[in-house]
Design a protein around this ligand. Structure first.
Ligand SMILES: [Zn+2]
Length: 341
């Protein structure tokens, strides 16, 4: 057994952080190879705490890193599709790596933006947007700002009606449109005369305002469920789980916002009732469809975290409890924003 006797490093329980040297010494004196953490009850093979664990090669926080960080971030995101396989392969012993987590969040943001661009292209297609006066500008503007409900051609043509060639003014109009302003008044001074013209927001919504609020509420389910592990110390054994695990679970849970975003784009496209529902039961549930969908995937995700990663004793119950409370938080937020459930 290779040990570093020059710099004896303290050995902690990977789940709760409890110092284990004396327990291990006592256990090994009795001739045992494995045992339980005396604080949280986690079953451990003592040798596994001394060896550098074999980290998955695709994992963005992996300590063996032959591949580029961003490539591993993409692979990690792809692995999230199978939550049980994902959390089985990640060991609690792998230390948190902020660079890895930031790379993962960057990839989630980029994929989210790409989904937005894809949705924008589909939404715009029936408006013949590429047959308008400035098709290339339309496409570029959709790539830069997919959530804007302006066509670049409308802004360029409207601005031209001011009779000015002030490119700074035109650039400012694009910035305002990209920042999701609706109908805009464009102004210029032409030969000393003030002129104004209205650029109407004519492109269809990528995600309309009520659905945006429902998406925000729905995203609270994956974003709060891992935090709720902090409220369940009893289910984690006698000890609380280390914060590093909660941080890690929260970071990878951002991936679950992506399918919710896809659903929000589809709900806007299909004109679902997202402000108020109709009177029957199914109609009443319709505005909450993103929250319900999020809860369905989060319950699987949280069960995978508690069983495969944190190795708790009642993983399904823990997963259900965290998801239920997170869903209630989401519904209460929705109710606060819309004034009714
Ligand atoms: Zn422990």
């Amino acid at each position: 057994m290779p040990r570093n006797n020059d710099h004896p490093r303290s050995i902690h329980c990977p789940r709760c952080g409890y110092q284990l040297e004396s327990s291990i010494a006592a256990s090994e004196a009795r001739g045992e190879d494995n045992g339980r953490c005396s604080e949280c009850g986690l079953e451990l093979a003592w040798s596994s705490l001394r060896e550098v664990q074999t980290d998955p090669i695709w994992f963005v926080e992996s300590r063996i890193a032959p591949r580029h960080l961003l490539r591993r971030a993409v692979e990690t995101l792809v692995m999230c599709v199978r939550p049980f396989a994902f959390w089985t392969r990640i060991s609690m012993g792998i230390p948190l790596r902020m660079r890895g987590l930031l790379a993962f969040l960057l990839v989630v943001a980029l994929v989210g933006h790409s989904i937005g661009v894809g949705g924008r292209v589909i939404r715009n297609t029936r408006y013949n947007w590429l047959k308008r006066t400035h098709p290339t500008a339309n496409l570029l503007f959709a790539i830069v700002s997919p959530a804007s409900n302006h066509f670049a051609s409308t802004i360029i043509d409207t601005y031209a009606r001011l009779g000015t060639t002030d490119n700074v003014g035109l650039a400012m109009a694009f910035v305002r449109a990209a920042l999701l302003e609706g109908d805009m008044v464009l102004t210029a001074t032409n030969n000393g005369q003030p002129a104004f013209v209205v650029a109407f927001a004519r492109a269809p919504w990528l995600v309309d305002p009520p659905t945006t609020r429902r998406l925000f509420a729905g995203a609270l389910v994956p974003m709060t469920a891992p935090l709720l592990l902090l409220l369940l110390p009893i289910s984690l054994g006698r000890a609380r789980v280390r914060r590093a695990h909660i941080v890690r679970a929260c970071a990878y849970s951002t991936a679950l916002v992506l399918p919710c975003f896809v659903l929000a784009i589809y709900a806007t496209h299909a004109h679902w009732y997202m402000t108020v529902g109709t009177t029957n039961l199914l109609g009443r549930l319709e505005p909450h469809v993103i929250t319900i969908f999020a809860a369905a995937i989060v319950v699987v995700w949280m069960s995978a975290i508690s069983s495969r990663y944190l190795r708790m004793s009642h993983p399904i119950a823990v997963g259900c409890a965290c998801t239920t409370i997170a869903t209630l938080i989401s519904l209460m937020t929705s109710a606060a924003m819309f004034g009714a459930l």
